[in-house]
Design a protein around this ligand. Structure first.
Ligand SMILES: Cc1ncc(COP(=O)(O)O)c(C=O)c1O
Length: 502
């Protein structure tokens, strides 16, 4: 259950709590029989006194919205006091939108490239092994492995110990969630997959930023999902354009990366965050917020998660320990309103019965020891230094490329000088032993000349050593100048600039 309190507001806190619970019951988000958190749990989660929560519960009980059963807890009443009907779901217009476009070969090649010996790979946005807390993590895992219970089946929702620690961590993103609101997944990748399966009917339309995360595009393609791309500018997703799209097409779900967006690095402005939540309510769609980079700011400031302001239970939140700790743990996080969590749990039971227990218990130990805050401080410094170096090297070796220094995340989004085809640039860079991600990989439609990603590429700087950055970016500079020389030569001879790729 997610509540959002305004501590400076005139309305007393107990009234805010009671009102929000009542609204959630009215909207069907909290269903009859749902077990509410105990007074103590909710007081701790919200950072208020027990008396405040007790007063709110007493008010709701006297109105007949909730009931207490001695020894069992407090529940949403089976017989609600007034005729509460759920808001009718708007009829979604069958959209004449294409199935998502995606190059299986390109995605597979990028993943392979990141593992290939001898290649300097900038094709992943991931921490290097030097940014992983090997010693503390292995101690925490060994400790978990000492208990044979760590080898038993876990639960689909995930280990309670870990969910408890994650609830505390989420406060750093402005999210007040209880362990019951959380599900552990096998990475954010699985969270996206479960979300699409749980919330999209075959005829539904998915809206996504364009460009967006290729792993999400791959999942959408596997479902033959109909999709609409929403442009991104310096303030993040173009909400005005999304409103126009909603007016015509009524998407059922928006997948978005509002903080340190992959690949552009931009964050959604505060005004647009509010507008986006209003739009979700107006056009009755659900938002999947992918926040895997949310804690990776370079100046110490991350905008609070969209979920933090989600009073109307429209946001399903996704995060992961891959970018801040270790991708090999394969531990992701979902936070969802009860009705949506229930759907996710059903989908989860149909999938893999839950994530492996041992890494979950090891991670719970690691978090309980409070190792994460100093580790985050260290990796932010490390990544900032790498980013500074990468930016300087781009200015030195690729001076004609345009870029914006991101405030967080693990990649640079670069625009090649006019006329350079990023697919050809990508192929020539591989020939020279350097891997990058061409703009095409971030598209949901076939590439056209006017596309937002034409002539762009992503450079993941975080897993390379300073020496690899120096060498790799120098080679990219050489690839670009020889490409341009050849192109100028072809242009002079034939009057066309097209290089022929075989
Ligand atoms: C935006 C985004 N979401 C999800 C993922 C996948 O994360 P995980 O390793 O937790 O599955 C990535 C990885 O690159 C990503 O960039």
């Amino acid at each position: 259950m997610l509540l959002n309190l305004e501590k400076d507001a005139e309305m007393p806190l107990y009234r805010q709590i009671a009102d929000q619970i009542r609204t959630n019951i009215g909207s069907g988000t909290l269903v009859p029989g749902y077990r509410l958190p105990t007074v103590r749990e909710l007081a701790v989660t919200l950072g208020v006194s027990r008396l405040t929560v007790q007063t709110a519960y007493a008010e709701l009980q006297s109105e007949g919205f909730i009931e207490s059963v001695v020894g069992r807890g407090t529940f949403v009443a089976e017989q609600l006091p007034v005729q509460i009907t759920r808001k009718p779901i708007a009829i979604r217009q069958r959209a004449d939108m294409p199935v998502v476009w995606y190059s299986q070969n390109l995605f597979a090649a990028m993943l392979k490239l990141s593992q290939k010996p001898g290649v300097i790979s900038f094709s992943q946005a991931a921490p290097g092994t030097d940014a992983m807390p090997g010693r503390e993590l292995s101690r925490a895992l060994q400790e978990a492995a000492a208990d044979p219970a760590a080898f038993a089946y876990g639960t689909p929702q995930g280990a309670p110990e870990l969910r408890h620690e994650i609830a505390a961590l989420l406060l750093d993103r402005g999210i007040a969630a209880t362990p019951d609101d959380i599900m552990i997944t096998s990475g954010a990748q699985q969270a996206v997959d479960l979300g699409f399966r749980a919330f999209l009917e075959p005829e539904d339309l998915l809206a996504v930023e364009e460009p967006s995360y290729p792993g999400m595009v791959a999942i959408a393609a596997g479902r033959r999902q109909r999709v609409v791309g929403v442009p991104v500018d310096n303030e993040g997703l173009n909400v005005e354009r999304l409103a126009e799209i909603c007016e015509v097409y009524r998407p059922a779900l928006l997948y978005t990366i509002p903080t340190f967006h992959n690949p552009t690095g931009v964050s959604l402005s505060p005004a647009r965050r509010e507008q986006l939540l209003d739009l979700a309510e107006k056009y009755d769609f659900l938002i999947m917020e992918d926040d895997v980079y949310g804690l990776l700011s370079y100046d110490g400031y991350s905008p609070p998660a969209l979920k933090a302001a989600d009073n109307r239970q429209r946001v399903v939140y996704i995060s992961s320990f891959s970018k801040i700790l270790a991708p090999g743990l394969r531990i992701g996080v979902m936070v969802a309103p009860p009705a949506q969590l229930e759907k996710l749990l059903i989908t989860r039971r149909e999938t893999d019965l839950g994530s492996p227990l041992l890494p979950q218990l090891g991670l719970a130990n690691y978090l309980r020891r409070r190792h994460l805050p100093p580790h985050l401080g260290r990796v932010r410094t490390l990544h900032r230094e790498r980013l500074d170096l990468a930016v300087n090297l781009v200015q030195k070796y690729l001076p004609d490329c345009k870029m914006q220094r991101p405030k967080g995340g693990l990649c640079l989004w670069l625009e090649l000088p006019g006329g350079v085809d990023e697919r050809e640039f990508y192929l020539e860079a591989i020939e020279r032993g350097v891997g990058i991600s061409p703009g095409q990989a971030f598209m949901v439609r076939p590439l056209g000349g006017e596309s937002a990603v034409a002539g762009h590429f992503r450079l993941g700087f975080s897993s390379s050593s300073p020496a690899e950055l120096e060498r790799g970016i120098r080679i990219l500079g050489q690839v670009l100048s020889s490409y341009r020389q050849r192109r100028a030569y072809t242009l002079a001879r034939t009057g066309t600039g097209n290089t022929v790729l075989v």
